[in-house]
Design a protein around this ligand. Structure first.
Ligand code: NAG
Ligand code: NAG
Ligand code: NAG
Ligand code: NAG
Ligand code: NAG
Ligand code: NAG
Ligand code: NAG
Ligand code: NAG
Ligand code: NAG
Ligand code: NAG
Ligand code: NAG
Ligand code: NAG
Length: 631
């Protein structure tokens, strides 16, 4: 009897407190050849890449010690999709919820996965690093998984660059790339490789957890003669929906049941393809499709690629119904409307904007300002005018209206939450951007689809609804890393007094240590002023607009004609420029402008961004969707 009650007690403890997973991971460069055609360095943990899939159970505690093993750069880690309820400083984005971790220092990510289950991932939230390999799947298992399956398998997708961010980012954020053309990848990866073999057994149901860990392009996925039965998106179980093709943006997850054939006489193709509308230029040698293999029997031939006639047959996630039957949240207490655009500022660089503001990082991480500002924490001003901080009242329902004035697709991600997607407009690629109309909108779904990353179509809109029930500082940004680098981000300061009043939110020793070693103040407003929180003198702000009369079109014309003089037609391949050692000096001389390296490190934002040249001026010089340039 005593044994029984002891056992029961142990069970209870396990149930309530969960298990603690302790990991020590040291970052560093690893020699790799992900696509099989080019040796390069990727960012690994403990000398190994790809990074491990981390597995925990609902209710477990994570103690991940991230050791910065680089000698020349800061780092951070974000657990994508985790609510971090009460543990905002474990969320990851540098200068948002934490100080950067400097070389040689260790940061303890200590949090529980209270009530979340499903397919997630983790990645650096320091500019460029996840695109260089610092990313992996994070699975929260559920003893009460609602569907039957035999075996589980993880599949990560991404695009791949032969150059690392140290080269790509400065060339991208340069006045010599005035249209903001994103770097063109060299390949796509399937489970961090190419030509992947997935060995299956007949008559089985597999639970396939798909994560797009890429930094730029969305992908289409389809299988020869097999179907996806989608059961989860971004940690939200949904009523089963069967489809032949999935469209997955960066940072999204789809979990699907896949039933195998009853015989082993044939192997099948598993195809992935880049959404090529996202590329400005399609180099002739870029393979847009990747062929992978579902292998029943190694003795049989590998299958040929299979093609599809149209991209129209994707599952439209808008219609997926959460299994929880969660209904539409109440009418909003606050509606935040943002216009998305891309344009050049006075330094000639192409930036991305929400309502004309390009996110510019503060001197003090915003969460640290919220913790130290006392009663001023409810005043948006203390967070700086260029961090685009929006204070939310605890318990409010928020509608976030996204009006995309850019002809590209953008996958937006909100930290700390999932949101209901209550409306999403069609693409208006060839028309004027069409804004959401508050007095003339579609009827909202009774059971809206819910996830943490959603795409907004070209020149169109979407409306997201969420409850401010998680006190914290939550980044909202485009998950195309290039676009985050361009500043396509804003921040919600949710219930700041609720943050201050929670002892668990106070800075941990390892956090304070990282700040001290990085030379980042622990307190103060956006400029670290602790005497007067409303005095923002000297705050970091975006560059001034282009001088009137000197339009983006002008820059484009100048740069193009100049480049053309040197390089002729090859100039269209902007990224070719990086191979020519002194091109900047030569171009500068030719333009008779002063040469300076405008882009300081601290102007580069942390994580992800997609970038579609927005303005007319850009589009006129970039290939448009209907007429791609093939070179
Ligand atoms: C990774 O390296 C750290 C020290 O650099 C070590 O403490 C840890 O045990 C290693 N972790 C694994 C999983 O090997
Ligand atoms: C994939 O196949 C291509 C073409 O055969 C080959 O060049 C490449 O090395 C392969 N990649 C990997 C990672 O196996
Ligand atoms: C690390 O972050 C600190 C604080 O933002 C910054 O001053 C420093 O230059 C960064 N270090 C590197 C190597 O980028
Ligand atoms: C992790 O956080 C919990 C809750 O704040 C705390 O009790 C525990 O001591 C922390 N773990 C470590 C290793 O610091
Ligand atoms: C992807 O890689 C992981 C880790 O190596 C492996 O467990 C999984 O089976 C692979 N998935 C597929 C579809 O091949
Ligand atoms: C698969 O199941 C079917 C029907 O239950 C059965 O006829 C067949 O033999 C099974 N195939 C294998 C390879 O076990
Ligand atoms: C890639 O796949 C698409 C869709 O199946 C097809 O139309 C196209 O021809 C394929 N491209 C190549 C180079 O195989
Ligand atoms: C499945 O998705 C389609 C749209 O792609 C939608 O029309 C349909 O209602 C969905 N069915 C279920 C059961 O969710
Ligand atoms: C959701 O509604 C369906 C009927 O539409 C019902 O069968 C199911 O039990 C409900 N689930 C929950 C979690 O309430
Ligand atoms: C952005 O700037 C444009 C041009 O200066 C102006 O017309 C527009 O009202 C501004 N938008 C917002 C939301 O401030
Ligand atoms: C919004 O819809 C109303 C009602 O249909 C219409 O009168 C109004 O012109 C629309 N507003 C815009 C900006 O299109
Ligand atoms: C966060 O925790 C509070 C209190 O424990 C709870 O009311 C709220 O629903 C939680 N929010 C989320 C997003 O889990």
């Amino acid at each position: 009897m005593r044994l029984l009650s002891l056992l029961f007690f142990a069970f209870l403890v396990r149930f309530i407190h969960g298990e603690t997973h302790t990991w020590y991971f040291e970052t560093g460069w690893v020699d790799a050849n992900p696509d099989g055609v080019f040796e390069k360095k990727m960012i690994g943990f403990n000398g190994s890449w790809p990074l491990p899939t981390l597995r925990v159970k609902k209710g477990d505690r994570i103690n991940l010690y991230l050791i910065n093993g680089f000698n020349d750069r800061n780092t951070t880690l974000h657990f994508h999709g985790m609510f971090q309820n009460g543990t905002g400083q474990m969320d990851g984005p540098e200068m948002v919820t934490q100080c950067p971790i400097p070389p040689g220092e260790t940061y303890l990510y200590n949090f529980t996965v209270a009530d979340q289950v499903g397919t997630f991932w983790y990645h650096s939230h320091t500019s460029g690093q996840y695109g260089d390999g610092m990313r992996g799947a994070f699975i929260i298992e559920d003893d009460d998984f609602p569907y039957d399956y035999d075996e589980e398998v993880v599949l990560t997708l991404s695009e791949h660059y032969h150059k690392n961010s140290d080269e790509l980012t400065p060339a991208f954020l340069s006045r010599y790339n005035p249209t903001g053309a994103e770097p063109i990848p060299q390949n796509i990866l399937f489970n961090e490789t190419r030509n992947n073999t997935w060995k299956v057994e007949p008559n089985k149901t597999y639970l396939l957890r798909i994560v797009n860990v890429g930094r730029f392009v969305s992908q289409f996925l389809w299988m020869e003669d097999h179907e996806f039965e989608v059961v989860e998106i971004d940690g939200i179980y949904v009523e089963k929906n069967t489809t032949d093709m999935i469209y997955i943006t960066t940072a999204q997850r789809y979990t699907a049941l896949v039933r195998t054939k009853s015989d082993t006489s044939k192997n099948y193709a598993f195809m992935a393809a880049i959404d090529e509308t996202m590329l400005d230029v399609i180099p002739g040698d870029l393979q847009l499709n990747g062929t992978n293999y579902i292998v029943y029997d190694d003795n049989n031939d590998k299958p040929e690629a299979v093609t599809v006639d149209s991209w129209e047959d994707i599952l439209d996630d808008f219609y997926l119904k959460p299994l929880s039957n969660t209904t539409l949240f109440d009418e909003p207490d606050l509606t935040v409307t943002v216009d998305i655009a891309m344009d050049n500022l006075g330094n000639g660089v192409n930036y991305a904007f929400f309502n004309n503001i390009t996110y510019t990082r503060p001197v003090v991480p915003t969460l640290l300002t919220a913790l130290s500002a006392g009663e001023f924490a409810t005043n948006e001003l203390v967070y700086g005018t260029n961090t685009h901080s929006i204070v939310l009242q605890g318990g409010d329902v928020i509608d976030l209206v996204l009006n995309n004035h850019d002809p590209g697709t953008h996958p937006f991600h909100l930290h700390g939450h999932t949101f209901q997607v209550i409306e999403r407009g069609p693409a208006f690629p060839d028309d004027e951007p069409t804004d959401w109309n508050a007095t003339d909108h579609a009827e909202y779904p009774e059971y809206p689809m819910e996830r943490d990353t959603v795409y907004v179509r070209p020149s169109s809109y979407a409306v997201l609804r969420f409850k401010a029930d998680n006190p914290g500082v939550w980044f909202f940004h485009c998950h195309i890393e290039w676009h985050l680098d361009q500043g396509l981000a804003l921040m919600f300061i949710e219930d700041p007094m609720g943050i201050q009043n929670n002892p668990e939110q106070q800075l941990t020793e390892s956090h304070k240590n990282a700040c001290n070693k990085a030379g980042v103040p622990l307190e103060g407003n956006a400029v670290a002023n602790t005497n007067n929180y409303l005095d923002l003198k000297g705050e970091n702000v975006q560059h001034k607009p282009l001088p009137t009369g000197f339009t983006a079109r002008g820059i484009v014309a100048l740069v193009f004609s100049c480049i053309a003089a040197f390089l002729g037609m090859a100039a269209i391949a902007f990224y070719g420029l990086a191979d020519i050692p002194d091109v900047e000096a030569r171009v500068t001389r030719d333009l008779n402008v002063e040469y300076e390296d405008d882009i300081a490190d601290d102007e580069i934002i942390t994580e992800d961004q997609p970038l579609r040249g927005s303005q007319e001026s850009s589009r006129s010089n970039r290939s448009n969707r209907s007429g791609k340039v093939r070179i």
